[in-house]
Design a protein around this ligand. Structure first.
Ligand code: SAM
Length: 252
């Protein structure tokens, strides 16, 4: 079978997370528009805010994800910008709020790269505007070959199941390496977990994501160096399927 578009896996692995949406909505109501969503992907957060009436600028470096976001916006106010978070420049008026949900700031490749993003965010925010970054700090290492694995993410399209199995998390000194097996399985009926695991996939690929290890204090120090003032942290509680996050709040 042909390659599965990255959008399918992105929606499957990120799309069902909802625990953070109440916080982003609260901050959006407090700060007003426009809101800059950094690493917006296919629009989980951007579309949630736009449907509530906000004007959102959705920035991501992945054009395919942004195209899906634009299609889904369906008349709501979202402008997409395909750019790198570490070097973007926006022409329009300054956002009052910049969000970096779901550990996006831990994908930037270490302290120097993160500082480039912090500089861009500071340069674009209105004076007194807020940058809020969700980071994960308390992931535990595991390996599914030596213990119970978390539940896979599963989506169905016609007679195909798209299944993303978390295989391992390795917490290293500077990085967290998360590995997944992505399977496409032909199935025209509901399958139990055991039946699912015994099916031969039509396609199997491996995905590795590396997050920078980052504490709130370290991010606050880096942000202070480019002119932000830290405010009290917020927290997004863990859910049955997702770890909790700290949200670092940085005032421009
Ligand atoms: C974990 S996903 C989060 C997607 C979305 N914000 C959400 O919460 O569902 C991280 C997103 O950041 C984007 N990304 C990673 N590095 C980036 C960079 N340097 N510049 C812009 N976007 C980046 C990826 O393409 C991906 O869409």
């Amino acid at each position: 079978m042909s390659d599965v578009p990255e959008l399918v896996w992105h929606d499957l692995e990120c799309g069902s997370y909802r625990a953070d949406l109440a916080l982003w909505s609260e901050l959006a109501r407090e700060h007003g528009d426009p809101i800059l969503d950094v690493g917006a992907g296919s629009g989980r957060v951007a579309l949630h805010l736009a449907r509530a009436g906000h004007q959102v600028i959705a920035l991501d470096r992945d054009r395919q994800l942004l195209d899906a976001l634009s299609e889904r916006a369906n008349g709501f106010s979202v402008r997409t910008v395909c750019a790198d978070a570490r070097s973007f420049a926006l022409p329009e008026r300054q956002p009052a709020l910049c969000l970096a949900p779901m550990q996006t700031i831990q994908l930037l490749g270490g302290s120097a790269q993160r500082t480039e993003f912090l500089r861009r965010a500071h340069a674009h925010l209105k004076p007194g505007g807020l940058l809020a970054c969700a980071i994960v700090t308390d992931l535990q290492s595991y390996d599914c070959t030596s213990g119970p694995a978390p539940r896979p993410d599963i989506a169905r399209a016609d007679d195909l199941l798209y299944v993303s199995y978390p295989i391992s998390v390795r917490v290293l000194r500077e990085r967290i390496v998360i590995e997944r097996d992505r399977l496409v399985i032909k199935a025209d009926e509901e399958l139990s977990d055991d039946a699912l695991a015994s099916r031969s996939p039509l396609r199997r690929t491996h995905s590795t994501i590396e997050l920078d290890r980052l504490s709130p204090r370290q991010l606050e120090r880096e942000a202070c160096a480019v002119g932000f003032r830290p405010e009290p942290l917020r927290r997004i509680a863990m859910t049955e399927d997702h770890v909790g996050s700290e949200v670092v709040m940085l005032r421009a």
